[in-house]
Design a protein around this ligand. Sequence first.
Ligand SMILES: [Zn+2]
Length: 671
Amino acid sequence: MYNSFPTWIKKYGGIPPFDQILIADFKDEILASIVDFENEIEQIVGNKEEADFANTIEVFEKCGKRHQEVMAVFYVWSTSKSDGEFQKVEAELTPTLAAFADKIIQNQALFDRIAKVYDTRNLLNAEQKRLTTKHYDGFVFNGAALDETKKKELAKLNQSLATLYTQFSQLLMESENTYLTLDAHEVASLPPDMKAFTEDMAKARGLAGNIVSNTRSSIELVLTYCPLRSLREKAWRLFVERGDTDSHDTKPLCVEIIKLRSQRAALLGYKSHAHWRLSNKMAKTPETALELLYKVWPHAQKRVSEEVADMQEMVNGKQKPFHIEPWDYRYFAELVRKEKYDLDENDIKPYLVLDNMVKAMFWVANELFEVVFEKVNDVPTFHPTMSVYKMTQKGADGVKGLWYFDPYAREGKRSGAWMMSYQDQHKLDAGAIAIVSNNSNFIQSESATTLLSWDEAITLFHEFGHALHGLLSDVTYPKLSGTSVASDFVELPSQLYERWLLTPEVLNKFALHYETGHPIPQELLDKIIASSKFNSGFNTVEYMACALLDMHIHLAQKSIEDLRKFEQENLAKIGMPSQVTMRHRLPQFAHIFSDDGYSAGYYSYMWADVLSADAYRAFQETGNPFDKNTAAKLLEHVYSAGGKVDEAETYIAFRGQDAAVEALLEAKGFA
Ligand SMILES: [Zn+2]
């Protein structure tokens, strides 16, 4: 039997052996762990005793420990240490892992036992009842309760959809692999750093001259900084037509996806794909999600008209005035921003030292939740620039969690910032502490001091909010732990945590100049705060148009023949301002067409926005952003509650009422 993969190190109840991993060992260990996992499930299913909570749900919760341990490390390599050797292993194992997940869901005998416990759930305590319901719902959500014929039909639909998702993604990617070639006149119009940038883009493709790649980051640079209007228009057209050209047309795929999704929803007993997807979210129904969106929409429309008026005034002063078009928005917004706020990103950076911002996050956590973070040196990491901290909590014995921090960009690490759980907190048997990480892509500076931009500091706080959601978890069962909540609720702890960065308490103490140690000047702070709401009409409208059309297309009862027509008609119906385009037009809307993940779910961002704005208001109402009483409730009902209570109920338990949209309107400057 294969047995050479390093086991977890016996410290803190078990920690990942990051310093002993060989990529060559992953495959055998994962396959062996799947066999173990299946045997454990077979034991549940083979139990002669009648199914009850202890012999079915609780045992199921304990299954697959070996699998979770190796997968925790595997995902670290996948996201943070990927190379050619690893990618080969990953590609080989991906179908096996997907098939294994399906196999569990399709295990009829296991589902029958879970269903039996579910039938008597009212005899259980609250957390057990919730856990049983979650397991049961999860199986049913994926079709476990259907008869054999329908199950086969469902499997066929799922397979067809999976193929369509891949075709969509590949075609869209091809469509994005295009570029604009600039002529001499266009090159001459560019600011010097952009000239160099377009040259680099050409070189990267082995070309001479200057090009603009058809990616969001490079197109947005042109749209924001290029004074030549005709070039902006060209770049804009190239970008918004991705997936909607004769050579790269994703529309037939989208139409087919929508059709199969609605067939699948009918098979599962739902009125529409949107009704199915939202049945296990906090919003629960598309109608509730739409109600929220339509409360915000008119305010965003109105703000766009004000923003356009500001820009139009600037244009009218020109020799040849014109009407603001979508390719003008970013460019003139930038001019207005400079004129109104006179804020330069480079003035802020010297005050945002990475080490100090980390101390600031810890300080906030201590003020709110009475936890202390202390650096430890006896825990192996997977990169020398990482650090590890143990978290203890006032009044509790021992270490409550471990937090790993991997701050810097490097080859083999995916872009962006994210939180990851290596081990979920629970109290079964000997229990387990939470072990989580935050991962970012800051550029490591030549000198020892890493300085952050304002957005980077916000993101740091955001991800630490997710980390605390894991670290503070206080539940009995692993499946209810930490971030195991509905996807329209999971951003609440993270978005909310961002707010404390903006408090004078934090900025005066921790936003200190890296050379002089002086706190950030009030005048600069005022500018940051004032400009934070700038252009919120544009940002909200380009996002919301997508959220609305995502919902409407997945609610449509008639089949959609012409995707472009559907888009135009629905944009007209919602009153889309002519100066703004959808952030993702339907033929390129990968969130909803490259898998099921965000389909009928793009609204979630705004849903969580409302929750976090309203939750912060609870502190504002006390006049103290660190009010102890409010913080204690927040800990009990949000940060430590995991998924053990229904999201809507737990929010009301914290706040005493539903979240009010007014808080968001105020936060966006719409009130
Ligand atoms: Zn997040």
